[in-house]
Design a protein around this ligand. Sequence first.
Ligand SMILES: NC(=O)C1=CN([C@@H]2O[C@H](COP(=O)(O)OP(=O)(O)OC[C@H]3O[C@@H](n4cnc5c(N)ncnc54)[C@H](OP(=O)(O)O)[C@@H]3O)[C@@H](O)[C@H]2O)C=CC1
Ligand SMILES: O=C1O[C@H](COP(=O)(O)O)[C@@H](O)[C@H](O)[C@H]1O
Length: 492
Amino acid sequence: MDSMTMLLFGATGDLAARKLFPALFRMFLDQKLPEPFWIVAIGRRAWSQSRFRSRVEKSLLDFCQDRSADFSRLPAFLQRVEYYEMDVRQPQAYLNLHQYVRSGEGERLIGDNRLFYLSVSPDLFAGIAGNLQSSGLSQTNGWRRLMIEKPFGSDLASARDLNRKLGEVFAEEEIYRIDHYLGKPMVQSLGTLKSVNPIIHAVWNSPYIANVQITASETIGVEERSAYYDQTGAIRDMLQNHLLQLAIMTAMHVPGRMTAEEVRAEKRSVIEAMRPLGQEDVRLHVVRGQYSNGSIDGTPVCAYRDEAGVAPRSMTDTFVAARLFIDLPRWQGVPFYLRTGKRMNEKSTRIVVQCKSSEEAELPNLVVIHVSPNQGMTLRLNLHAPGMPGQLEPVEMAYVPNQKHLPESYEMLLAEAMRGDRTHFAHWEEVELAWRWVEPILAAFAENRVPLHHYPAGTNGPDAANRLLEEDGFTWWLDPEDEPLLTPVHAR
Ligand SMILES: NC(=O)C1=CN([C@@H]2O[C@H](COP(=O)(O)OP(=O)(O)OC[C@H]3O[C@@H](n4cnc5c(N)ncnc54)[C@H](OP(=O)(O)O)[C@@H]3O)[C@@H](O)[C@H]2O)C=CC1
Ligand SMILES: O=C1O[C@H](COP(=O)(O)O)[C@@H](O)[C@H](O)[C@H]1O
């Protein structure tokens, strides 16, 4: 891999502490970082080098998931991290930064390759890009890449505006828009699962599939992010990006070669075929919810409207469920149900593909992809109980990865960006088409044309989300972790 400088904007922030430094440390231990390699960690606080490094050290101890990580190598890792204090809104500061980076690259014999990572508030994205250009920092003799955090805009117009501004500095091939769900290992395995297994490949289409259910449920509430979340809601925070990406990855045809360009073309054909929602459709196909008080694991928790920083009459959606159709011949008539919510009864992201039932077997075959926190796959089949011909019994075959350390999505994505592989990053076309698809929902929510259902914290979300499936004769499947998956939700 090419030697490079990584300029991390927002190095003192929450994401850097919880995800980025742990991922970088893990990559360092696994020798997945280039040599030589240097991180310029940019923050606004007047912190000394040692104070910053202690903070990184603490965050690694707190958040490095792999407790068996070799922490004796921490000092060697920290040697590669230099704190740099600046206010990113000051154009002059970039000239100084440029000088600092050039001289550091010279000392470390680093080629002219720069990875800019924007882990700051989205209202700073465009300004930073502009300043990188005017200061000369983004002009390199090697390559330059921009990794950019979510959210990419808050609606279609703002996303287009941001993209235009970034496009004045970086070419599309240089922009790596992060959707960390695309970095989750089981999501990245979907292509292989579908393409190299005839048993899956053959049935992955409408004659065999009854419906697809994608759930991303969380037990946490808004935590410290109410200012952001109250303006955003589940629809923008999760559905427009992560859930639609999961639906696309499930539905897309796997190209012969998994190059970024071919994957992009296949993804585009799926998202273009997502049936648009008309004004009236939103009420029929979308459920909006917000948590009221309840309890999570036996601990009482307050209602969303009582969270610090949330407007007392907030109409923000903390839960959203949607039914969508993909008008491609292979998905004709197959509903995709998506749902996501805060303060639900479990932390689980999973994709359940329900096959059509045969005449003999009442319970359908299921393919379940456990995305996180559990990773793996379950396949449910029907067999005759041994020695009891005529009596069908559902059986489950489960795959649980047997690895000491399962890579975190940020590890996967950082490694890919460092290699220059954009396969698992969101192309602008996808982002734009996803915003276009959710626009009618945003409008309906803003105009309160869709009821806001309150659901007690610690539950599966509002009943209306169950009805969405019941209308079609289906029901949400539970996670087999808690109970056998054989139990449809209404039978609990
Ligand atoms: N936190 C999370 O779980 C997730 C975050 N994201 C995205 O990641 C990005 C970062 O989020 P998060 O880490 O939570 O945000 P934080 O508010 O925790 O951190 C913001 C960072 O930006 C820096 N910053 C702010 N203003 C300036 C400035 N004028 N000049 C220099 N630095 C500045 C802060 O520096 P300082 O503290 O020194 O002032 C800090 O390092 C956002 O785009 C967010 O949407 C995406 C998914 C999840
Ligand atoms: O992007 C986001 O994702 C997290 C959930 O991510 P996960 O990897 O823990 O499933 C969510 O909590 C957050 O609100 C959202 O911004």
